[in-house]
Design a binder for this molecule. Structure first.
Ligand code: DX5
Ligand code: ZN
Length: 222
């Protein structure tokens, strides 16, 4: 049986002058949640938003699931702030400098879902020993740090090899996901899709979400 298709718009691609409106639009769009990209300027050469963005999303769109991606060097230093702000899934990078097992356990102990993110250059094997502490694996299909980058098809075999380990847990892809790339990711085994540019450039966010969902379903069936 195929896992449910999940579509998460990435807030990084929204108009920073109207983030609350973007959250409300996502809540009304049929999306399965909101992806919030947190960048510290160390792990990636960019700084994006902090816990207050999560708190804002929880306030303006309380029913919109908050899917938080920590692209930070030391997630252990920030974890409590993001838990307190209302994160519901917290994803840490396997390349970050922390005790991943301890942190995944702490995320779960706080009542959040825990996940690991793997960058394009990192092999799937890096996350296998920690799968028992993960509710989700997110496979980066671009180098993290910026929206609007080109999809990296060389990552597809990694999606396929990880999918066989996931059981019913979501396997997500993030970076360059659009109408042109989503189906091939679904065919490879992904069932959760983060899209920033491809969705926020659409005048009708709901139509964009519906189109990606339909294309992913077609890819699943391929
Ligand atoms: C990149 C972020 C992605 C990015 C996706 O570091 O993790 O979530 O915002 O944006 P697009 O869909 O524009 O590649
Ligand atoms: Zn992300």
């Amino acid at each position: 049986m195929n896992k449910p298709i999940l579509i998460y718009p990435s807030l990084l691609a929204a108009d920073f002058g109207h983030l609350a409106d973007a959250c409300r639009a996502c809540a009304d769009s049929g999306a399965d949640g909101l992806h919030l990209d947190i960048m510290d300027g160390n792990f990636v050469p960019n700084i994006s938003m902090g816990p207050e963005a999560v708190r804002m999303a929880a306030r303006v769109a309380p029913d919109l699931y908050r899917h938080v991606h920590l692209m930070v060097l030391h997630p252990q230093d920030l974890l409590s702030a993001f838990i307190d702000a209302g994160s519901q899934t917290i994803l840490i990078q396997i390349e970050s400098r922390c005790d991943h097992r301890e942190l995944l356990e702490a995320i779960r102990a706080a009542g959040c879902k825990a996940g690991l993110v793997v960058n394009p250059e990192t092999p799937a094997d890096a996350v296998i020993p920690l799968l028992d502490r993960c509710d989700e694996i997110l496979v980066m299909t671009v180098h993290p740090g910026f929206g609007g980058q080109a999809f990296m098809p060389e990552v597809l075999p990694k999606i396929t090899s990880l999918n066989v380990q996931m059981g019913e847990r979501p396997l997500s892809v993030d970076g360059g996901i659009s109408r042109d790339t989503i189906a091939v990711c679904a065919t490879a085994g992904a069932n959760a899709f983060i899209a920033g540019t491809a969705l926020f450039r659409e005048p009708d966010l709901a139509a964009g979400v519906a189109e990606l969902r339909a294309l992913a379903a077609r890819g699943e069936g391929a």
